[in-house]
Write a protein that binds this ligand. Sequence first.
Ligand SMILES: [Cu+2]
Length: 197
Amino acid sequence: MKQNPSFPALVRVGVTALALLSACTVSQAADKPGATKATKVEASAEAPLVKVSDAWIRATVKGQSGTGGFMNLMASQALTLTGFNTSVAADSELHEMLMDGGVMRMHAVSSLPLPAGQTVSLRPGMGGHHLMLMDLKQQLKEGDEVTVTLLLRTADGKTIKQDVKVPVKSGSMTMAPSMGASGAGPHHKMMHGGMHQ
Ligand SMILES: [Cu+2]
């Protein structure tokens, strides 16, 4: 007898829940086109020749003079990365990390080809390239943002600059667990010191 009145109530609750769920679904679907639109507007406003993703610069401790910058680069046309500038470092080089007599060492390279439509990863670890920031003017702390100006050469020899805002991070990010995290941090400091002696 008492169950009779409660039965319609349950149905009503069920209907309300359904209504809420579908409202949720609708609002999520509405969010997506908005986000896509915002991204497109940003991209076309800057019209970058190189699509940059996952960029980061390794945070430094006080007194540290050099650090590395890492990112994925995808050029829309054949380009060559010939160098970079930042306001936080007095000197800068493109570096490659190679094994030399059982020791990982980094050395400067004059340029790095960016084939059209291919992703070139500047990454920590063996065989990887990175942006080497040297003679740092300040400590770089997690959460800081550094504007890096990439210097690019087109196939017909023109030089183009592209600014990239790069966050400073202390983490080891996407490094291979075997050699990345422990190798690249202290290595940077050590090799940088070595190069200037
Ligand atoms: Cu380096």
